[in-house]
Design a binder for this molecule. Structure first.
Ligand code: NI
Length: 157
């Protein structure tokens, strides 16, 4: 397992549409492991493959114990149901200096494959739903700044 470099806004690759994964092979499993490692090392709650330079429809999410239940791996994810609305602050490892206020569905059902090529569906709400929407946007070249109603520079720590 190793950390990969995270691409940041301005990098053209972040704006491209990712292709579906056709076969979950060793390379994909290694990518999943590296993405999780990169996300945890960077203190993020989600990471999409384009952020590490790979244009494949893959994301990892771990919103922590308060909101979720550990690492979620999503291969070829799609949102199959969405309801409600929430407006809250959102950040991104690829947009390190800014935080935006973004409106997202309150609840979403996502369908994806896991690393064993099994298709699953998961319904999540609140912060978890926000993370799912945010990561799926990355797979279509969309960043939160594209639909933020307000963007603020992060305070220096
Ligand atoms: Ni992001």
């Amino acid at each position: 397992m190793s950390c990969r470099n995270i691409r940041t806004i301005g990098d053209e690759l972040l704006r491209k549409k990712s292709r579906p994964v056709e076969e979950i092979n060793e390379r994909i499993l290694e990518l999943l492991d590296d993405m999780a490692e990169t996300m945890y090392q960077s203190g993020g709650v989600g990471l999409a493959a384009p952020q590490v330079g790979v244009l494949r429809r893959i994301a990892v999410i771990d919103v922590g114990k308060e909101f979720g239940d550990g690492l979620l791996e999503l291969i070829n994810p799609e949102i199959i149901a969405a309801s409600g609305e929430q407006t809250d602050a959102e950040g991104c490892l690829s947009v390190p200096e800014y935080i935006g206020t973004v409106t997202r569905p309150l609840t979403v059902t996502v369908r994806a494959q896991n690393r064993n090529s099994e298709t699953y569906e998961k319904t999540v709400s609140g912060f978890f739903a926000r993370a799912v929407c945010h990561e799926l946007d990355h797979l279509d070249g969309v960043l939160f700044v594209d639909h933020a109603v307000e963007i603020q520079k992060r305070e220096e720590e």
